[in-house]
Design a protein around this ligand. Structure first.
Ligand SMILES: O=C(O)CCC(=O)C(=O)O
Length: 208
């Protein structure tokens, strides 16, 4: 993008991306602290404004949005469940646009999780359902209390990486990571309040 400078000359506008933290050992993800400009306000709007759903046996609240308003079936066996799409809100759109601008991927599904306290958690899994694109990034925006995400390769489940997800941060899972790695949000080892995550994925029509 370019625009006129004060003296009428041409000035290039450079978008400065936040600092990227490169993980050791070529791990297939990137951690970007302070990605969200006004994280406190976003946290409050999501917490108060969304119609959060608690499904029996799920140790957190959930909200599923899809820009195409299509349902999503997730899990296997007894854990299999279908989510009906809830409204695609202005805040969800804002970061879908920003992620497209910053990383070049259309991310048109957003799954939000709200962890009420240290006991709420999400078990080991990969986001590998056929409706979710594996050739695009999966982007997790974190708000509220700092919690850890754990990542392990399927080929060596003992080799766990633990990353602290700060308020307003972005955790970017690279294309292909869901084939080779699993991740989880474990219970916190300390008393804590709420955390909300917004997980953006790319939708792929089944059979397309
Ligand atoms: O809450 C998080 O940070 C992780 C969310 C996640 O793994 C998922 O929605 O699949």
């Amino acid at each position: 993008m370019s625009t006129s400078g004060p003296a009428g000359g041409c000035m290039t506008m450079v978008r400065v991306l936040p600092e990227r933290v490169t993980m050791p050992e070529q791990l297939p993800f990137t951690y970007v602290p302070n990605y969200v400009p006004d994280a406190d306000a976003l946290f409050a709007r999501l917490r108060e404004g969304l119609d959060w759903v608690h499904r029996e046996g799920t140790p957190r609240l959930e909200y599923y949005a899809n820009r195409h308003s299509v349902p999503y079936t997730y899990g296997r066996g007894m854990g299999r469940r279908t989510y009906e799409a809830q409204p695609w809100t202005a805040d969800i759109q804002t970061f879908s646009d920003r992620l497209l601008e910053d990383y070049g991927d259309v991310l048109d599904v957003c799954f939000l999780n709200r962890y009420l306290n240290q006991r709420d958690h999400l078990g080991w899994h990969a986001d590998d359902s056929p409706e979710m694109s594996d050739s695009r990034h999966i982007a997790v925006i974190s708000l509220g209390v700092e919690r850890e995400i754990w990542v392990r390769p399927r080929a060596d489940r003992e080799q766990v990486s633990r990353i602290r997800l700060g308020h307003g941060s972005l955790f970017l899972m690279h294309p292909g990571m869901q084939d080779t790695h699993e991740h989880r949000i474990p219970k916190a080892g300390f008393e804590c309040g709420e955390r909300i995550s917004m997980t953006y994925r790319g939708y792929e029509e089944p059979g397309a």
